[in-house]
Design a binder for this molecule. Sequence first.
Ligand code: 4NP
Length: 145
Amino acid sequence: MVCLGNICRSPLAEGIMKQKIGEAGLQWEVDSAGTGHWHAGQLPDPRSIVTARQHGIDLTDQRARQFQVADFEQFDKIFVMDIQNRRDVQRLARTDEHRAKVELILDQIHPGQDHSVPDPYYDDNGFEAVFLMLDQACGAFVSTR
Ligand code: 4NP
């Protein structure tokens, strides 16, 4: 799960996906990262922590890190939150196989429509809506496995 800062959207996506795969009895590794390095080592944004907690998900074991090229090898699927993230991550890909792992997470519910998860960093009221769209998208992905 990749966004810009790895403190707002992708920590929510990580927490939600982990909850869903736990419920489904799947054994997947899920992690998140940011294309930027500015928040590396930090806890998720308090607004993401509170929003997730209201839905029974704990994000406080997460720490931000920057996406790295090795992630293309480590993970089978790389979900990005928005179009800029997709551009930034695909630019780091060294092979077509790696590039093909990168997908907008909202493609799970709006295939081929290039929908982005809005960045809620400057919008205190945006976190619940982000949670709900990620919940839908993660649910759709897990249900197809
Ligand atoms: P995120 O949100 O990419 O969803 O983690 C942001 C977090 C921090 C900043 C921008 C977006 N920032 O500019 O510091």
